[in-house]
Structure formats: structure tokens, C-alpha cells
Design a protein around this ligand. Structure first.
Ligand SMILES: Cc1ncc(C[n+]2csc(CCOP(=O)(O)OP(=O)(O)O)c2C)c(N)n1
Ligand SMILES: [Mg+2]
Length: 362
């Protein structure tokens, strides 16, 4: 990871004997990332975290019917998503991917339109379950609730890209539980056979709702399955946003060069329940959750920014304040936005028709 420049060239003051003076580049420099890139990635992580916490409060206030937490996953979501090209690549996320869709271009206001099931919710105008992301203008493809069904979709979209000779890739995200599904197998197998430009990202948080990974599969690493399909598999620390970026960037370069798909497994953890509807205290000890919080992706990113002089404490605090204000404004505006017209309830759900709010008129 660390490049070295000028091996053997002595810097002023260096001892002459047994010294190779290295100018060591910081990891982000070797990846071609500027301080501005780093700050944008950090801001996206903070935004995801604050939206998450605020959404759960809205749920407890009785305003949001169903919320899917992201806290803990921000490093792997923002790191992998940041290696895609908005407006060019296609995004096939799953329900936990708030961080991915923020990088793709969804705004906090649009996220809350979905949380409150409002008429202008870009995902579905309030028809889908919340967190079932979709945005035509951004190339975010809507998915269904049955897990892993988006994986063959991703392979199919990549097949079309190859057919149309597009210089683009598909990013496809899922949890480790999804990798036990038949759809997952079919999607990876097809993508590998045809060397399709699709990047498979597994956010392995050790649980599929209450089911621990060891009750779900007999292998330790999902990435080890890549070999069985004939594609490279990579294991990355999901709390290290730059490591996730690096793995995804390499995978994108391979895909664009026609070398086919990659499976990236990000080892991560979710701090909160699976959704607002379950109680995670019934299946995992608090000590386990607390232990994982020591490796928080946002704290680690902040430490990196401070260590490399990209930001100081005051700048990070100001960023957090700005994002807090942005999220609060988004909540207010989205809550005040119009609800869907009941007369349109069937639209995009069944064959095109409208119902009248007056049952007698039917
Ligand atoms: C085919 C199918 N089976 C079961 C479910 C119920 N279900 C919803 S989410 C989920 C857990 C998925 O776990 P994982 O893929 O690890 O993702 P995570 O939620 O941990 O991010 C399950 C079993 C479903 N939606 N679809
Ligand atoms: Mg999981």
C-alpha cells in the first residue's frame, strides 16, 4: 500500500550509513485521493449515521413505520460506493445501503420522503417498503424484499452493458445471509461465465436478523466462495473506508478491462437491531456490540483525517453541526411534503387503473 519515492536519495540531515530515506506516501495519496475526496467521504459517513439515528427517533415518535439501521456499516458502504462513477455506473443496493445511495446522489430530503412514504419519494412514491431504494435519475435500481433477488438483476444489467459496449459497471450489494440463497449462486455463476462488469459486495455483519453466520454457512469467509465461481475474492476490513475504496477501485478497473466480476467481502457489524421491529438483545450480548464499537468506521476516518492534517477537531465538529442542521431541515421539509393521493394507490402496483376515494362510486 505504501509507495516509496527516492530510495537511497538522502534527505537533508539523514545519516549516511545504513539508511534508505523514504518519502512515504499516505494511503490516500497512493489511491489518488485528495483531501477533498477524504472530506466528502467522511461527510457521507456522518450523514448516514445522523440520518440513521434521526430515523429511529422518528420511528419511536410514531411518524416512521419501519426503519432499517445502517450504523456500523458506513465504512464499507461509503468506501465501496465512492469507487463507482455516478451518472455512469448502475447501483443495485439492498435495504441497509443508506450510505451507498447517498454517494449515488440521493439527498437527505429524498431519504426522508421515503421514510415518511410521501408522494415525491423517488423510490416508489410511498408504495415500496421504506429503504427499498430506487431512483431512475441516479441509476439506482429498485429491489424486492426477498433477499438476493437483486443479484441476478445485477448480472443481467451487466450483461446488457457488455452487449451495448458501455464503459460502465454494476455495483451490487448484499448481506452475508443473502449468500445462502439460490439467486445469489445463479447471479455470480452467470456473471463469472460471461466475465460481466459487475462488482459484488458482501457486507458481512455476522448476522442475518438473529441467525449467526456459523448457523448460516460452514465457511468462515464468504469471499472463499469466489473461487468456486472462477472470480477473485477479496476480504476487507469494513470499518476501514480507504481499504474498502481500494478493493472496489481495483475491482472496477478489472471489470472495465473486460476481466469480469469480483467478490468483495467487507467484515462489518451493525450496532442497532436488524430493523425497528426487532429486539437484538434477545440474540446477542451487549458486550459483543460494545466491543465492535471500538472499531467505529467514523472514528477511524476522523483519526485518519487528523493524523494526516486533512482536518482539525474544530473542522470536524463544524462538519457534524452542518450535517445535523441539514438532516433536521430535511425531516421538517419531508414531513410537510404532500402524502400520495389515495386515488393513485393502485398505480405502479397493479395494472394501470385508479380507484375512487368514494366506495359508492366504484
Ligand atoms: C428469501 C427471503 N428469506 C427471508 C427473508 C427475511 N429476511 C429479511 S432480511 C433477512 C436477513 C438478511 O441478512 P443479511 O443478508 O446478512 O443482511 P443484513 O440484514 O444482515 O444486512 C431475512 C432472513 C427475506 N426477506 N427473503
Ligand atoms: Mg448480515
Amino acid at each position: 500500500m505504501f509507495g516509496s519515492v527516492g530510495m537511497g536519495t538522502l534527505a537533508t540531515g539523514a545519516r549516511k550509513v545504513d539508511v534508505s530515506t523514504q518519502v512515504t506516501q499516505a494511503p490516500h495519496e497512493t489511491l489518488g485521493l485528495t483531501p477533498d475526496h477524504l472530506l466528502r467521504m467522511h461527510r457521507s459517513m456522518v450523514t448516514a449515521r445522523l440520518i440513521d439515528e434521526a430515523s429511529l427517533r422518528q420511528n419511536r415518535m410514531g411518524r416512521a413505520p419501519f426503519v432499517v439501521p445502517v450504523s456500523g456499516h458506513e465504512g464499507c458502504q461509503i468506501g465501496t460506493a465512492a469507487a463507482l462513477v455516478p451518472g455512469v455506473d448502475v447501483w443495485v443496493p439492498y435495504y441497509r445501503d443508506l450510505g451507498v445511495v447517498l454517494v449515488a446522489g440521493l439527498t437527505p430530503y429524498e431519504v426522508f420522503l421515503g421514510v415518511f412514504s410521501k408522494a415525491d419519494d423517488p423510490s416508489s412514491g410511498g408504495r415500496q417498503m421504506p429503504s427499498h431504494w430506487g431512483a431512475r435519475r441516479l441509476g439506482i435500481v429498485s429491489h424486492s424484499s426477498p433477499i438476493a433477488t437483486q443479484v441476478p438483476h445485477a448480472a443481467g444489467i451487466a450483461y446488457a452493458m457488455r452487449y451495448l459496449d458501455e464503459q460502465a459497471v454494476v455495483g451490487c450489494w448484499f448481506g452475508e445471509g443473502a449468500t445462502s440463497e439460490g439467486d445469489w449462486h445463479e447471479g455470480l455463476n452467470f456473471a463469472a461465465i460471461h466475465k460481466l462488469p459487475v462488482l459484488f459486495v458482501c457486507e458481512n455483519n455476522e448476522y442475518a436478523i438473529s441467525v449467526r453466520q456459523d448457523k448460516q454457512m460452514a465457511v468462515r469467509d464468504v469471499a472463499s466462495r469466489a473461487d468456486g465461481y472462477g472470480m477473485p475474492g477479496a476480504i476487507v476490513d469494513g470499518s476501514d473506508v480507504l481499504a474498502c475504496y481500494a478493493a472496489m477501485r481495483t475491482a472496477r478497473e478489472r471489470a472495465i478491462a473486460g476481466e469480469g466480476p469480483t467478490l468483495i467481502e467487507c467484515k462489518t457489524y451493525r450496532y442497532l437491531p436488524h430493523t425497528s421491529d426487532d429486539d437484538d438483545k434477545s440474540y446477542r450480548p451487549r458486550s459483543e456490540v460494545d466491543e465492535h464499537r471500538h472499531s467505529d468506521p467514523i472514528d477511524r476516518s476522523a483519526a485518519y483525517l487528523l493524523a494526516h492534517g486533512v482536518a482539525d477537531d474544530a473542522a470536524l465538529e463544524a462538519m457534524r453541526d452542518e450535517v445535523t442542521a441539514e438532516v433536521e431541515a430535511a425531516i421538517t421539509a419531508a414531513w410537510d411534503a404532500p402524502d400520495p393521493d389515495p386515488a393513485t394507490a393502485m398505480r405502479h402496483v397493479f395494472a394501470d387503473q385508479s380507484i375512487s376515494p368514494d366506495p359508492a362510486a366504484q
